[in-house]
Design a protein around this ligand. Structure first.
Ligand SMILES: [Zn+2]
Length: 277
């Protein structure tokens, strides 16, 4: 409103229609330019300590990409499963929600986020897998990240069709130790039933990797995430990735986009170089 006030005070009110349109577009461009990715000086923050958010439907490859990047990966589901194994009483309360494939209540989500951030290395690339899930979580997550000098710097939407995601889910096998996933047809473990990364860990089917479980999770995703994508897009930090492509191509695009937008060249883990073409 300050621009309009200034114009009023200088009595430039008798403008013709075209001039008014020009001023309106100038005003809008000023407003929206502030929503672009902030151009902060690199000296203000540790250049490596960026935070990336990967969003998409179940089996849209976001978890796979998160695990191939050399950084600290965080997903609410995995954090909850880990805390349940460790016997954390609050996480154990969330187990029935997870089994039903519905969104775990805010109280339990906030609990594991806090536990996790306490152990976060200050200079790590942080990869948020499937977070934020709800529009009001953007502010809450940024507030929690702000306590350790971070914010969500860049976000990706992994766009894939429902059919593609369902096919991935019904053929998916997961390592319960490292959470790496394999595909019974396209991406089998070299050691058959055993994870390639964890020598003695037998692959399992996740309890909610069923067509019914997928349907529930897909519907939750559609209902919850649309508003999040809109909000992040409005802030100018969201990029859409064609997640029907191969893991190699997706990984490449994520790395190129992060580098061009933040100046940070992400490193990948050795496992990424062993992926089938
Ligand atoms: Zn493993």
């Amino acid at each position: 409103m300050s621009l309009i006030n200034t114009l009023n005070s200088t009595k430039i009110l008798l403008l013709n229609h075209n001039s008014m349109l020009f001023i309106a577009s100038l005003y809008l461009s000023l407003v929206f330019s502030t929503n672009e990715t902030p151009k902060e000086p690199n000296c203000a923050r540790n250049i490596r300590a960026i935070t990336i958010s990967l969003l998409g439907a179940p089996a849209s490859s976001k978890g796979t990409i998160a695990r191939l990047l050399d950084g600290t990966q965080f997903s609410i589901g995995e954090a909850l499963r880990r805390e349940i194994q460790l016997g954390d009483p609050v996480a154990i309360e969330a187990e029935p929600f997870m089994k039903r494939g519905v969104l775990v209540p805010e109280k339990h989500r906030a609990h594991v986020v806090k536990l996790f951030f306490r152990s976060l290395k200050p200079d790590a690339v942080l990869v948020l897998d499937g977070i934020p899930r709800k529009p009001d979580e953007i502010g809450k997550m940024n507030a929690t990240l702000g306590e350790v000098g971070r914010k969500i710097d860049i976000a990706f939407y992994f766009r894939a069709s429902k059919e593609t995601c369902l096919l991935r889910i019904i053929h998916r096998w997961t390592c319960p130790t490292c959470q790496r996933t394999y595909h019974a047809i396209n991406r089998r473990s070299r050691y058959k039933d055993v994870c390639e990364h964890c020598e003695y860990s037998f692959l399992m089917r996740r309890k909610d990797d069923t067509p019914e479980g997928f349907e529930t999770r897909w519907n939750v995703f559609v209902q919850e995430t649309g508003q999040v994508l809109f909000e992040l897009g409005h802030r100018g930090i969201l990029f859409t990735i064609d997640a029907e492509k191969s893991v190699h191509e997706i990984l490449d695009e994520v790395i190129r986009t992060v580098e061009s937008r933040t100046g940070v060249r992400l490193k990948i883990l050795d496992a990424a170089t062993q992926l089938p073409e």
